[in-house]
Design a protein around this ligand. Structure first.
Ligand code: CP
Ligand code: NVA
Length: 304
């Protein structure tokens, strides 16, 4: 069986925990090393990762490239618009071709179903690098960051404030797998998808009140109010006005609560400068941890 990494709810809880533990261990083992030096075991030696981007990216692009290098492999990166994919070549044919040329493929796609179609045909591992539906790699980095600063995530309360978007969905998927509680505050018209919400079961609580969601939480997380592909910018800005994470909202969380944001941030919209630049913010560790988390994902895929 090819090991795809498409969504967190499709992983065994034991595999998910093993990926996170490997990420912690790999990060610790190379502390202080130059970024380009491969890990001692180099589990991706001689392997090539293709990366296909239908949408913009800074963190995902650079962190996957750094990750495959640190595992001893190499990357080929392309924007979908420069590929025949951008001129209508079927996703399935692209998957068949890339499967003959590389050892794994990471895709960032507009439409989640495209990644599913790609994976159904690919004979090498396929990794979801963000779709309109989910962003599983991001959540691994977030959990890694929480655990580094506050210990095991099991039993913690994570408060999501803002849009019930792709990143929120992946947090929902992770909650029952890792045993944390997720409280989500969002306006009724921008709630998470109900099918995704159901996957969180009783680990997830939905409210429209940010104070209620954040009350006593160990972690406060937000994301942009307007994701890539969203068209209704003005409506969104109006709908989310009361959902800004500011210092007053952070005061409602636990005294040692930390702040996360997957970035890019829109300062003055979903978060204020004093929170994102403040002492509780872990956003730069979170961004760095994309490398360590994705190395563990790649190693898990290749070990399959
Ligand atoms: N957080 C994240 O995925 O960032 P990029 O869009 O820059 O890859
Ligand atoms: N929700 C955001 C995340 C960006 C990393 C988006 O999809 O644009």
């Amino acid at each position: 069986m090819v090991r795809h990494f498409l969504d967190i709810h499709r992983l065994d809880a034991a595999d998910l925990r093993a990926i996170l533990d490997d990420a912690h261990a790999r990060k610790a083992a190379r502390r202080g090393w130059p970024q380009g030096r491969p890990d001692a075991d180099a589990p991706a030696r001689d392997r090539v990762l293709a990366m296909v981007f239908e949408k913009n990216s800074t963190r995902t692009r650079f962190s996957f490239d750094a990750a495959i290098r640190q595992l001893g492999g190499a990357a080929i990166i392309a924007n979908a618009g420069d590929m025949q994919l951008g001129r209508g070549e079927p996703v399935e044919d692209t998957a068949r071709v890339l499967s003959r040329m590389v050892d794994a493929v990471m895709i960032r796609a507009n439409d989640h179903e495209e990644v599913e179609r790609f994976a159904r045909v690919a004979t090498v591992p396929v990794i979801n690098g963000l779709t309109d539906r989910s962003h599983p790699c991001q959540i691994l980095a977030d959990i890694l960051t929480i655990e580094e600063h506050r210990g095991p995530v099991a039993g913690k309360t994570i408060a999501w404030v803002g849009d019930g978007n792709n990143v929120c969905h992946s947090f929902i998927h992770a909650a029952p797998k890792l045993g944390f509680r997720l409280t989500i505050a969002c306006p009724a018209e921008y709630h998470p998808d109900l099918m995704d919400l159901a996957k969180g079961g009783d680990h997830v609580v939905l409210t429209s009140d940010p104070q209620e969601a954040v009350s006593g939480a160990d972690v406060v997380v937000t994301d942009t109010w307007v994701s890539m592909g969203d068209q209704d910018y003005d409506e969104r800005l109006a709908a989310f006005e009361a959902y800004q994470v500011d210092e007053a909202l952070m005061q409602a969380a636990a005294a040692d609560a930390v702040f996360l944001h997957c970035l890019p941030a829109h300062r003055g919209e979903e978060v204020t400068d004093d929170v994102i630049d403040g002492p509780r913010s872990l956003v730069w560790d979170e961004a760095e941890n994309r490398i360590h988390a994705q190395k563990a994902v790649l190693a898990w895929c290749f070990a399959g």
